[in-house]
Design a protein around this ligand. Structure first.
Ligand code: KIV
Length: 271
């Protein structure tokens, strides 16, 4: 039976085995109870409560303003819905950079308060020690390299990373450092497909691409992007599988029209 068909809870061991078997990992974001229910029932392997929450749900211009309390609030809602997928909480900006104690405390909140099974944090060698500390406390950590949106101001925009030899070499080195530090999987965002392929082949742990090409061991997209619910900015790597914003707007317009014309409610909606 494929992992997707099985109803047992997805674990880090299952994620590692999927790479060994050549079975692709499907990951999506979710931020609330009803969408997490749908995404989990559809059979996704990992649900990331991403700090993209800030942009696609809370209306911020970047992920930087997102707080730990906001992440915990949304992760709790997702965890209440999910039966099968592994739920990963995304550690927001400054929740792991200030001190190791802070990082450990905040990572633990995702498991203890919010019901997640692991955390994700952005960065390479600079977060290796923190990663070691968190994993040695029994908390699975997912790494994130390439375009790490919390560093948008350092990058000077949302740009493809690892195009030059030196930056590609650094991403490869960082990937190996993170693997050695104990991450169970690694997101590769907006890097050339050839680099993502090389990194994926060099690691035992699975890579999960977003704008990293087809050779990653899995893929992730932001749910609101792939469902066509967030059109402020559509990155090249997004495939839009639905146009829910259109459907939602048309439904609301129809409702307004029917209320104005006294077409709704009908007898069957009345007591
Ligand atoms: O915040 C997020 O949704 C992410 C994914 C894009 C990987 O970090």
């Amino acid at each position: 039976m494929s992992t997707q068909a099985s109803m047992s809870k997805v674990t880090t061991a299952i994620i590692r085995t999927m790479k060994k078997k050549g079975e692709k990992i499907a990951m999506l974001t979710a931020y609330d109870y009803p969408t997490a229910l749908i995404v989990d029932e559809a059979g996704v392997d990992i649900i990331l409560v991403g700090d993209s929450l800030g942009m696609v749900v809370l209306g911020y211009d970047s992920t930087l303003p997102v707080t730990m309390d906001e992440m915990i609030h949304h992760t709790k809602a997702v965890s209440r819905a999910v039966k099968r997928a592994m739920v990963i909480g995304d550690m927001p900006f400054m929740s792991y950079q200030v001190s190791e104690e802070d990082a450990l405390y905040n990572a633990a909140r995702f498991l203890q308060e919010a019901g997640a099974q692991g955390v994700k944090l952005e960065g390479g060698r600079e977060v290796a020690e923190i990663t070691r500390r968190i994993t040695s406390a029994g908390i699975p950590v997912m790494g994130h390299l390439g375009l790490t949106p919390q560093s948008v101001h350092q990058f000077g925009g949302y740009k493809v990373q690892g195009k030059e030899d030196a930056s590609a070499k650094k991403i490869m080195e960082d990937a190996k450092i993170l693997e050695e530090a104990g991450v169970f999987s690694l997101v590769l965002e907006c890097v050339p497909a050839t680099l993502a392929k090389d990194v994926s082949e060099s690691l035992v742990i699975p890579t999960i691409g977003i704008g990293g090409g087809v050779h990653c061991d899995g893929q992730v997209l932001v749910l609101h992007d792939m469902l066509g619910m967030f059109e402020k900015f559509i990155p090249k790597f997004v495939k839009t599988y639905a146009k829910l914003n259109v459907q939602m707007k048309e439904s609301v317009q129809q409702y307004i029209d029917e209320v104005k014309r006294s077409v709704f409610p009908e007898k069957k909606h009345s007591f």
